[in-house]
Design a binder for this molecule. Structure first.
Ligand code: SF4
Length: 186
């Protein structure tokens, strides 16, 4: 993943909980525009050279409720969207899909999701919530970080194998459509 999480206490309420490494309420490096980034805790990929190794332990981090996260997202009128990063978001797909459903229902924010798995691998996955989260995703940044393919000139990703997939166009056209990041990124 791209930017490092800041650990923050988010008060719990009675609803679905996520295990988080941190949040960044105004990120400009995790997708287009100003974004509220949720860094989930727990990642199975162990990419060599990962910048966020503290997010790997599935029992680390802290818990936060969907209600409290949504409340923070709704507070900031400058946000263009929300990003789920990590850690591995699809390891908590069910809870994140619940959050994404409410995000779509209650706000106009778009959703970018990072994953160390490729889109093709996620399509084959039968774990609860994975397809539901994919269906709610506007932009998917997919694939593991590969140190030998590191490229600092890329927008919103660290290595050349990673793709930014325009999921709405992909669903519409029935094949993978990449987001054209050479155009304006606001
Ligand atoms: S997917 Fe790779 S780069 Fe991202 S948090 Fe996991 S180990 Fe690190």
């Amino acid at each position: 993943m791209q930017s490092a999480p800041k650990k923050k206490t988010v008060s719990n309420m009675a609803c679905t909980e996520l295990r988080l490494a941190g949040t960044e309420p105004e990120s400009i490096v995790d997708g287009r525009g100003i974004r509220y980034t949720v860094f989930v805790q727990g990642c199975p990929h162990n990419c060599s050279g990962c910048q966020n190794p503290q997010t790997h332990d599935f029992s680390g981090g802290y818990t936060a409720s969907i209600d409290s996260l949504l409340a923070e997202m709704k507070e900031n009128p400058l946000l263009r969207g929300v990003t789920f990063s990590g850690g591995e978001p699809f390891a908590q797909a069910n809870a994140l899909a619940d959050l994404a459903e409410r995000l779509k229902r209650e706000t106009t924010l778009d959703l970018t999701v990072y994953s160390g798995w490729t889109y093709e691998e996620l399509l084959k996955c039968t774990k609860p919530g994975v397809h539901r989260l994919l269906d709610l995703t506007d932009y998917l940044v997919d694939g593991p970080y590969i140190e030998t393919q590191r490229d600092l000139t890329l927008h919103f990703r660290g290595s050349r194998n990673q793709r930014v997939i325009d999921m709405n166009a992909t669903r519409r056209e029935g094949h993978i459509v990449l987001d054209d990041l050479d155009e304006e990124t606001e």
